[in-house]
Design a protein around this ligand. Sequence first.
Ligand SMILES: NC(=O)c1ccc[n+]([C@@H]2O[C@H](COP(=O)([O-])OP(=O)(O)OC[C@H]3O[C@@H](n4cnc5c(N)ncnc54)[C@H](O)[C@@H]3O)[C@@H](O)[C@H]2O)c1
Length: 485
Amino acid sequence: MEAMKETVEESLREMRDTFASGRTRSLKWRKRQIEAIYEMVKDNEDKICTALFQDLGKHSTEAFRDELGFIMRSATAAINGLDKWAAPKHSNLPLLFYPAKGKVISEPFGTVLVLSSWNFPISLSLDPLIGAIAAGNTVLLKSSELSPNASAFLAKTIPAYLDTKAIKVIEGGPDVATILLQQQWDKIFFTGSPKIGRIIMAAAAQYLTPVTLELGGKCPTIVDHHTIAKNIKSVVKRITGGKWGSCSGQACIAVDYVIVEKSFASSLIDMLKPSVKSFFGENPKESGCLSKIVTKQHVQRLARLLNDPRVQASIVYGGSIDEEKLYVEPTILLDPPLDSEIMNEEIFGPILPIITVRDIQDSIGIIKSKPKPLAIYAFTKDENLKTRILSETSSGSVTFNDVMIQYMCDALPFGGVGESGIGRYHGKYSFDCFSHEKAIMEGSLAMDLEARYPPWNNFKLSFIRLAFREAYFKLILLMLGLIKR
Ligand SMILES: NC(=O)c1ccc[n+]([C@@H]2O[C@H](COP(=O)([O-])OP(=O)(O)OC[C@H]3O[C@@H](n4cnc5c(N)ncnc54)[C@H](O)[C@@H]3O)[C@@H](O)[C@H]2O)c1
């Protein structure tokens, strides 16, 4: 680890020198690097898909949707948007400050650290990288040790495409992350669990380093069957896709559990079962369309959640586990106890609890009893329920009548709140995430207001009172001696 420490320190020195040289501030350089990310993904589509299959058993179509295609789209948006994003924003200053002028310029933080997760190892590494480069930073990326093939691809290929003095990749697990966190960074961007997020924030506090924490949580899905009866087929398909269709439920924005009225629960389950079969066939393990569980430890974690006898009793579909093949069968639970571990820990796997309520309005109370989720999904056309969800709950995002799609839409900010994270990114929000918005005020020496300065008197106090209220007419009257001090 001593050698790793030296490597990290040397890398950091080099990145700081590069940043100090001013090279990364040039928009031309930034665009060139982002173009290179695009080219890297395009040129290496097969290699990336192979790595994602080896690490996670991801089908190449799923891999393209969630990772390669997503990154190419994100890179294109950054290249096209950068001139506008980086342009100074003029501020209209109140008359009070006349004749001063104001503007806001976005400056890069400097040298940033990006720590990514294994479930989308390419997109969760490259998307923050695009934002950090767009904003003009130098970047060190540490990908996750749990997706070794994708990590090795990034470590080997990024230097072949990008400016190696400004953008570096280091592979490794918690021990390497610990060394990285001992250094001083200008910004830390972390994707991972709330547990490790706390470690990141504590380390960042030492140097008052700003952090973005993209964390997880339990994303609830409300099904208000009264108002969506006509579209129930699409609803079932979307829930099936949102639970099992993206990395086998190992996604921060996956549907974690469903809330539905008791009277509709068995109908929903009867529709979910054939829907799972239509996606993954009679034998999902061999379908090639269901990602595997990332490690044996994660299979064991899911088995532990299921092993609670009260949870076992709630299994209405699936439930089998093959630890050797890193497989957990698509599983549906009906009303596992709300105090069970599975209803209090992020599931992050292919198990779907269905929680029943007497009245769908009661779903709000269940959501509020848990930490703030990254996303809330609600299938409803009831405007009153929608308003209640928006005004009575807090979450990173709310998506009505769909699941997960908000992640793909870079016109919307993506991030959590409370236990599900701090900060946001995607599209222009990524640029902002890695920029400091610097306020610029261009004063004028042409005139001076004596009321700003001591010695103090009643006239100056009255002047300041009126100035703060921007009561310009009264100010004129005061100066003309026409109103009392
Ligand atoms: N909000 C998002 O965009 C998003 C995306 C994907 C995953 N997630 C969340 O991430 C979690 C699953 O991912 P994970 O298992 O990779 O998370 P994790 O927190 O275990 O690991 C994330 C990163 O932290 C590093 N790390 C692990 N232990 C560490 C330690 N002791 N000190 C410093 N760094 C350490 C890992 O090497 C990895 O790079 C879930 O909670 C999920 O919801 C969030």
